[in-house]
Design a binder for this molecule. Structure first.
Ligand SMILES: NC(=O)c1ccc[n+]([C@@H]2O[C@H](COP(=O)([O-])OP(=O)(O)OC[C@H]3O[C@@H](n4cnc5c(N)ncnc54)[C@H](O)[C@@H]3O)[C@@H](O)[C@H]2O)c1
Ligand SMILES: CC(=O)N[C@@H]1[C@@H](OP(=O)(O)OP(=O)(O)OC[C@H]2O[C@@H](n3ccc(=O)[nH]c3=O)[C@H](O)[C@@H]2O)O[C@H](CO)[C@@H](O)[C@@H]1O
Length: 453
């Protein structure tokens, strides 16, 4: 596609209504970088609104599947149908040619992973790579949008200088805004379309204005304009650390169950009956590439003591050992030494019905059980990468009820387990997510936060 001077959204003579018309009629082509669990739903909605969206991914298999009208992302409601429709309509095209996409696009949306290094520092290497590519393809009037979650000040202090350097443009020639993704796997399309207000913050007022026009068309919810990009970045990180700390409160309270010999969860449920209390759910740990990562986008990054955030991380990460300790106590209660036991884990991914292994609590749980001498078997219909999980021996869902474990630990309660013949298990069960109906089995059922044997 050749560019025309009119294809600008930043610092143009066009008024807002003309820009809205240009955006929704495909005159301002969009490139979405990263077509994963978050990027593909985003690209689908952008394509639905603009009719002119290019999705960029480094994984040629992902690109080919999308161009065939198929969704590489499984179990995301509505996504296969959306991808099939917008690809068939020519509204969405996927490519691995990031340079070509960057040269053609007017609006560049970054939705690639932002993770952690082994030292728990933010790993922005993928974002840096894409920012460099976008910079080389940047033209006057373009807008760059950072949807991935990044540490506060990253957009203004890291991405803006790099874009200026690689594009050779002046700061008043293109827009840059942080518009953090606030979506949840399992409802991603609805979230992109506006379950929550959309946060938008530019490096200058004109960037904020341009990004607000875009998201006023993308989202059916209201757009919240923050005073700058850093405030928008902080909004997203604060949401995440709020959740991690609150899960840590629930987990710490759960550890009182043994000393108090009570079901802490009963008290949590009762406490939550009044509106000023929202104690979260205790469990074997906090996984995924959001909640356990975002605290490190603040802690250790600035000259500020983030003791509470760090303590919450320790508490949540420590729940894997708590789970293994409780499993060992359950085995002792039935006279099975853990170094002679076989433990069957149900659910390995970090969250129910989501095929994501990043920071999955099942991994340290299995490692701790194995270190104690147990044989660890695991069932997870969503996983096909068992070779990465050397502490577990895979068992198919069909074979699960035929196994004869000495204990069962439910780590991630996939919907697939609803049809399990729980009555077939006579071994004690540790229900890590309080997800099963104890009346479905004669076996003793324990819970994280429940009484110990
Ligand atoms: N998963 C969530 O619930 C969630 C929610 C909100 C925000 N986020 C943020 O979104 C980011 C992406 O999350 P996700 O779940 O979509 O990740 P994902 O791992 O599902 O997908 C990432 C995609 O990016 C592609 N990719 C990697 N490097 C690339 C590059 N250089 N250029 C283009 N594509 C590249 C990968 O091939 C993959 O398809 C997260 O790091 C997080 O910051 C995630
Ligand atoms: C836009 C975005 O970034 N969205 C994020 C996304 O986060 P996510 O997909 O990573 O999912 P989470 O639900 O946060 O779970 C994370 C881990 O914490 C465990 N957990 C959870 C609750 C609890 O009470 N006790 C727990 O132990 C759970 O098992 C899992 O391992 O959705 C959340 C809304 O669901 C959002 O708030 C959050 O910003």
């Amino acid at each position: 596609m050749s560019r025309t001077a009119s294809r600008a959204i930043y610092d143009t003579s066009a008024d807002d209504d003309q820009l809205r018309e240009a955006f929704t009629s495909g005159e301002l082509p969009v490139a979405i970088y990263g077509l994963g669990k978050m990027g593909l739903p985003l690209a689908g909605v952008y394509a639905d609104v603009t009719g002119a969206t290019t999705g960029v991914d480094i994984d040629q298999h992902v690109v080919d599947q999308i161009n065939a009208g198929e969704s590489p992302i499984k179990r995301e409601p509505g996504l296969p149908e959306l991808v099939e429709r917008v690809v068939a309509d020519g509204a969405l095209e996927a490519t691995a040619d990031a340079e070509g996409a960057a040269a053609d696009a007017t609006i560049h949306v970054l939705m690639v992973p932002t993770l952690l290094t082994a030292e728990n520092d933010p790993d922005l290497s993928i974002m840096d790579e894409v920012i460099e590519t976008v910079g080389h393809g940047l033209d006057p009037g373009d807008l760059v949008i950072v949807e991935s979650t990044v540490p506060p000040r990253t957009t203004v202090d890291r991405f803006l200088p790099r874009l200026l350097e690689t594009s050779g443009l002046d700061p008043d020639q293109f827009g840059l805004a942080a518009c953090p993704e606030r979506t949840v796997s399992g409802q991603a399309i609805a979230d992109v379309r506006g379950t929550h207000p959309k946060i938008v913050g530019g490096v200058d007022p004109e960037s904020t204005r341009a990004a607000a026009i875009v998201y006023d068309e993308i989202s059916e919810n209201r757009v919240v304009e923050t005073s700058n990009a850093t405030a928008a970045e902080m909004t997203k990180v604060f949401e995440g650390v709020f959740r991690d700390v609150n899960i840590a409160i629930a987990n710490e309270l759960a550890t009182f169950a043994k000393a108090l010999d009570v079901d802490v969860r009963e008290a949590i449920d009762a406490a939550n009956t009044q509106p000023f209390c929202d104690i979260h759910d205790p469990g074997p740990g906090v996984g995924g590439h959001c909640i356990p990562i975002y605290p490190y986008f603040l802690a250790g990054q600035f000259d500020v003591d983030a003791d509470l955030l760090e303590t919450a991380r320790e508490r949540n990460d420590g729940m894997a050992i708590y789970t293994a300790d409780m499993t060992e106590a359950i085995l002792d209660s039935v006279g099975v030494p853990i170094d002679e036991a076989t433990v069957l884990l149900l659910g390995v991914t970090y969250k129910a019905n989501i095929a994501e292994l990043r920071n999955a609590p099942s991994i340290p749980v299995a490692e701790s059980l194995k270190q104690r001498g147990a044989t660890v078997e695991a069932v997870d219909p969503l996983i096909d990468r068992w070779h990465e999980l050397d502490a577990m021996t895979p068992v198919t869902l069909d074979a699960a009820a035929d196994r004869d474990p000495d204990a069962v630990v439910v780590v991630t309660p996939h919907d697939d387990f609803a049809d399990l013949d729980w009555a077939a298990f006579d071994a004690p069960i540790l229900d890590g997510r309080s997800s099963i109906d104890a009346s479905a089995t004669d076996a003793p059922v324990y819970a994280i936060g429940g009484p110990w044997p």
